[in-house]
Structure formats: structure tokens, C-alpha cells
Design a protein around this ligand. Structure first.
Ligand code: ARG
Length: 615
């Protein structure tokens, strides 16, 4: 129904095209070199798999293949390792290859090899991430806002995680559609209409005889709407007659009574305009603003199809489809399609939405983001969709259930007074804390902050604090919302990452102010450990991205940029970059910084936030 053109989608289409490269992952290249050596020494090449060292104090990489080969070749593993090491004396990739008891191969990579790898990364639009042969069409169902009900922190995780997953899939070269899938058709609509009728019984919408056009202006504002719903909801809980009226109104709306439909459109318009504003503040943009109401008309056809196929049958007056399997270890109840009074349920709209999506978008995959308490529910829906043939055999259906955001007391996050925390209030609190920190930071560093700039910066950094605090945890886990920790400029936090980006930007700016040109700067071989360490961290980008996409795991990106930021800061504290006299060396560092910054900025964009110019 409400489909807005989408700036984010275009933006990500741009990010998506990328130059097709043949850049491999650095660990694969290193393994290849090792495999050649195994082969040259007369052993099975497959033994040459290299991993990151688990003793980074001793070496950078290691290979345990000689140990694995000992049995097969009836030889001491140390002897095999020595023979292989010898073959690597002249390697362009590896240095300091040593065979150590009982048979490990320890090694480092050549500085020149890492240099060349990073140079190539810098010329590649996606820093060496391979694009898929065949891109997939993926629908991401996230956000899940309910019309006319305020957004609360429960909706926050769905929006934050879903947005990041959408961006990751896009960047990985796939064709993505993000759908908010609003709750816009249920009892909450009937409640609002009922309450309105009590307050303004003379409204033209309630005149059954009226046949003219309805007013364009809604008979309420967003703040009235936000007050009407909770009032009506509370009334219905203690008043059976009131509730019955609301159900009747819901029924009338769904069966198409003109005045009710017209009111519904007003509720939708007022509410969606407000929702959009809220999601804009979160840097979350949907391609589709569809909802439960959009599939209302196709439900009867779908139900008929399920009956005709022999899948749906009556049980205690309700219409159900069995979805249990012999292999189930837990009870999986039947999927209910219609209630005994013939009304559609949450399931019904979800199934019809699947049918609708298959018909109009032909997705290869659908990913749903909700609270993990809906796990069993989605299991039922997915099984039912498969069984009744709503999807193709190879259409992937994935539910990502996330944990609860808790307060410091370990219980679901509440306001200080113990009520449900509204999203906008949470964001306001974070922003206030951020402004305080920015002022404090300016004071200790002894510079003036412009009030307006501080507010703008606080918004950008505050968003990073919230999103990073959420995304750095594995989605399925609960986490504690800790204002102090999330907004800190130190540690594994969003502000720390932004601080690092800002620091790099400032060095690069000074370099260009001194007359240097970033485009002329070329990455050089590392001359010390902290520099090489930073280079090796940067080089992990494509492998990390591949895993983040395959595992649908934004926390992978967080872990990577935290390591990368640490590696950069370490290097920065040990190196006087701008005062370096050797121009080529200095330009090499600048090029390394520019690449580090570009990688960090792409990563934070994939997490759904950005860095300010200063902070
Ligand atoms: N509106 C629902 C809620 O607030 C979430 C919708 C999730 N998506 C779906 N396709 N069921 O719980």
C-alpha cells in the first residue's frame, strides 16, 4: 500500500555493482603456497592448510599438516615439516618458515607480499570481496512496527539488526528488498475506531447512509492518535461490551465498510508519516512499506487452495494444517489458518504474504527478524508454506530470532519509573549523555565546541553507540543496555570506532594541507611490527565479509573493526607520521591510513551508522 521511493536502496545498488576481481582471501593465498611446498616435497597438497597462529608471540601463521601426514607416510612429523620448510626457502609469500617439534610449521608472511595485497585492495571497489556468480533475490522482513502504537525498544533490535543484514547482503552482491511488514490490520484498528466514535459520534465516517467523498484531513493528529490507542486498549481490558464493539469495528473495517476504510486510511497516513520520521532518525530505510492489510484480499483464495490440496482440515471448528514431523524432538502444533469464527490470524497474514511475495518478487530467500520468542511460530509458518506449496523447493526461509535488550538489573529494559521505554525517549537520553561527553572531551582537550555542532555530532555518535552496542553481540543473545559503557570513547564501543575514524581523517586532512596528495600515496612494505600488524588486519576484510554474509552475522563486522581500530591506534602511538622526513615512507603510511579509513567507513555503513567530521 505505502511504497516510498528509496534513497537507501539506490545507495546500496551503487555499492553493489563493484568491479569484479579475482582477489582471493589472503589466508587462501598463503595456504596455496604451502600446498605447493607439500606437493614439491612429495606429500599430499591438501595437508598444506594454513591458519592464523595460535601463538602470535612466536609466529604469524601455522600449518599442522605434517602432523596429520605422519601416519599416512609413516614418517616422523618433524622430518616432513623440515622437508616442506626447505621447499619454501625461495618463497615470494612466506618468510621465516621453521619446523618445530613435534612437527609444526611456523611462519610469517613477507612484507612485500602483504604490501602487494593491500595495494590491490586499494584499487578494488570492494577491497577484494568476490562477487557471486549468480546474485540472489532476498527479501528481508524487519522492523515490524504496529501502526498507531508507539515504537518501543522491542522494535529497536529488529530495525537495527535487519537494516545491517540488508546492507551486508547488498554489499555481498545480492538483490535485496527490505519490507517493514507492518501490523496494520488487527484489533488495534478497531479499538481506535471505537474510541473515536465515542468521542466524536457525529463524524461523517460513522454515517452509514453517507455516500459522498470523505475529507482529506484526518480527524486527529499523531499525538491524539498516540493517546487514543492506549486509552482504548486499557478500556477494552476491563469492559467486555467495549471490547465487543472494538471487535465489531475491526470486522466492519475488514469487510470493507466505506467509512471505516476511510478512517483506516487516515490512521495509516498519520501513523506512517510519524514512523518514517522515527526510522529516519535511526538511519533505517525500507524499500516496501507493506503490511498485513495488503494481503487481506488474497486470503480466501489461499485458504481454498489449501483446502483443495487436502492440506487444511477442520479441527474443533478451526481450520488447520498439520506441520509436525517424525523427527521432531519437541511438540510442533498444527498451523492454524482460520479461527472457528472464520477470522484470519497472524499466521494467515504471514502465509498470504509469502504467497504474495513469491508471485510478485520471486525471491530466492526470505529472512525474518523478530524476537526469538517467535521461533516456534515461524517454524510452523515455514513448514506450512512448504507443505502447501506456497514456496518453491529451493526457496530459503530463514528466521533470525534475537534476544532481549535488558537493563542493568538483567530484566527487560524499562524506564526509570518502570514503564515501557519509548524509542524516542531512549534516543533522547543517549543524545543527552553524548552531548555531555563531547563537552567534557572538549574541555579536557582545551577547545571550544559550537553548541549546534555538538548537538549534530551527538546524534551521529549516539546512534553509533546504540547500534554498535546492539550489533556487537551475537543477535540470538540477550544483552544489557549499559549507557555508560555504550557511550564511552574507550573500549569495544561505537564511539571508540568513530573516534578512530575521526583521528585518521584528521591526519589525512593535515597531510593534504601540507600539500600531499592522497591519490599519489602508495603503500610500502612495513618497517616495524605494529605497522605490519595493522596491514595484516586490513587484509582480513574480504574473508570477514564473506563470513558475515554467510552466517548473516553483523557481529563479525564489529569484531573485525574493533581489532582493526586497535591495530591502527597501536601503530599511531608508535609512529610519528606527519613529521617523518622520508617522503616515500610517509606517503606509504598515509596510503595505509587512507585504506584503513575506507575499510572502516564501509564497515560502519554496513552496520548502519557513519562518522562525524570531528568529535
Ligand atoms: N508486528 C509484529 C510485532 O510487533 C512483528 C512482525 C514481524 N514480521 C512478520 N512477518 N511476522 O510483533
Amino acid at each position: 500500500m505505502f511504497i516510498f521511493s528509496n534513497k537507501a536502496a539506490k545507495e546500496h545498488k551503487r555499492l553493489q555493482k563493484g568491479t569484479k576481481t579475482a582477489m582471493q582471501k589472503i589466508l587462501d593465498l598463503i595456504s596455496e603456497e604451502m600446498k605447493k611446498a607439500f606437493e614439491a616435497a612429495g606429500y599430499d597438497a591438501e595437508l598444506g592448510k594454513v591458519t592464523l597462529s595460535n601463538r602470535p608471540d612466536l609466529c604469524e601463521y601455522q600449518c599442522n599438516g605434517a602432523m596429520a601426514g605422519a601416519k599416512k607416510y609413516h614418517k616422523a612429523p618433524l622430518v616432513i615439516a623440515q622437508e616442506v620448510a626447505e621447499k619454501l626457502n625461495e618463497s615470494d609469500v612466506l618468510s621465516e618458515v621453521s619446523a618445530v617439534a613435534p612437527g609444526f610449521l611456523n611462519m610469517k608472511v613477507k612484507e612485500s607480499f602483504v604490501r602487494d595485497y593491500l595495494r590491490q585492495m586499494r584499487t578494488d571497489e570492494k577491497f577484494g570481496l568476490q562477487m557471486p556468480e549468480q546474485s540472489k533475490k532476498i527479501i528481508i522482513d524487519y522492523g515490524g512496527a504496529n501502526v498507531a502504537k508507539p515504537l518501543h525498544v522491542g522494535h529497536l533490535r529488529s530495525a537495527i539488526i535487519g537494516e545491517s543484514i540488508k546492507r551486508i547482503c547488498c554489499y555481498a552482491g545480492h538483490d535485496i528488498i527490505g519490507d517493514i511488514h507492518m501490523g496494520d490490520w488487527g484489533l488495534q484498528m478497531g479499538l481506535i475506531i471505537t474510541e473515536l466514535q465515542k468521542r466524536q459520534p457525529d463524524l461523517i465516517y460513522f454515517d452509514a447512509a453517507y455516500e459522498g467523498e470523505y475529507p482529506e484531513e484526518a480527524p486527529f493528529t499523531i499525538s491524539e492518535l498516540e493517546e487514543i490507542y492506549p486509552t482504548a486498549s486499557a478500556k477494552s481490558k476491563g469492559d467486555e461490551a467495549y471490547k465487543a464493539e472494538a471487535m465489531e469495528a475491526t470486522y466492519k473495517l475488514q469487510s470493507g465498510v466505506a467509512g471505516y476504510r476511510a478512517l483506516w486510511k487516515h490512521i495509516m497516513h498519520v501513523s506512517v508519516t510519524d514512523l518514517k520520521k522515527n526510522y529516519d532518525n535511526l538511519n533505517v530505510e525500507f524499500d516496501l512499506w507493506k503490511g498485513e492489510s495488503d494481503v487481506h484480499d488474497i486470503i480466501p483464495g489461499m485458504v481454498e487452495q489449501m483446502k483443495a490440496g487436502g492440506y487444511a482440515y477442520e479441527s474443533d471448528g478451526a481450520l488447520v494444517v498439520d506441520v509436525k514431523k517424525e523427527t521432531d524432538t519437541k511438540e510442533v502444533p498444527p498451523c492454524m489458518i482460520l479461527k472457528s469464527d472464520g477470522a484470519a490470524l497472524y499466521n494467515t497474514t504471514d502465509l498470504a504474504t509469502i504467497m504474495d511475495r513469491m508471485e510478485h518478487y520471486h525471491p530466492d530467500k526470505m529472512i525474518y527478524l523478530t524476537d526469538k520468542r517467535q521461533e516456534l511460530y515461524f517454524e510452523q509458518v515455514f513448514r506450512c508454506a512448504r507443505k502447501t506449496g506456497l514456496v518453491n523447493e529451493d526457496t530459503e526461509l530463514v528466521h533470525i530470532g534475537f534476544g532481549t535488550m535488558n537493563g542493568k538489573d538483567g530484566k527487560p529494559f524499562k524506564t526509570r519509573e518502570g514503564g515501557v521505554m519509548r524509542l524516542e525517549n531512549l534516543i533522547r537520553e543517549i543524545n543527552e549523555e553524548m552531548i555531555r561527553k563531547i563537552r567534557e572531551n572538549a574541555e579536557t582537550k582545551g577547545y571550544e565546541v559550537d553548541e549546534k555542532e555538538a548537538e549534530e555530532t551527538a546524534k551521529v555518535v549516539g546512534l553509533a553507540a546504540i547500534k554498535y552496542g546492539d550489533l556487537s553481540n551475537q543477535a540470538s543473545k540477550d544483552y544489557i543496555f549499559d549507557m555508560d559503557r555504550f557511550t564511552s570513547f574507550e573500549g569495544d564501543t561505537g564511539p571508540y570506532i568513530l573516534y578512530t575514524v575521526v583521528r585518521i581523517k584528521s591526519i589525512l586532512n593535515k597531510y593534504t594541507e601540507q600539500g600531499g596528495a592522497l591519490t599519489d600515496a602508495v603503500i610500502q612494505e612495513a618497517t616495524n611490527d605494529s605497522e605490519k600488524n595493522l596491514m595484516r588486519e586490513v587484509a582480513k576484510f574480504n574473508a570477514m565479509m564473506e563470513a558475515a554474509y554467510e552466517e548473516i552475522a553483523p557481529h563479525r563486522i564489529c569484531a573485525y573493526i574493533y581489532d582493526l581500530a586497535n591495530a591502527f591506534n597501536h601503530f599511531y602511538h608508535e609512529t610519528k607520521i606527519l613529521t617523518e622526513e622520508d617522503a616515500q615512507k610517509k606517503a606509504g603510511w598515509i596510503a595505509l591510513l587512507a585504506l584503513t579509513k575506507d575499510v572502516l567507513e564501509v564497515c560502519i555503513d554496513l552496520l548502519g551508522f557513519s562518522a562525524p567530521e570531528r568529535m
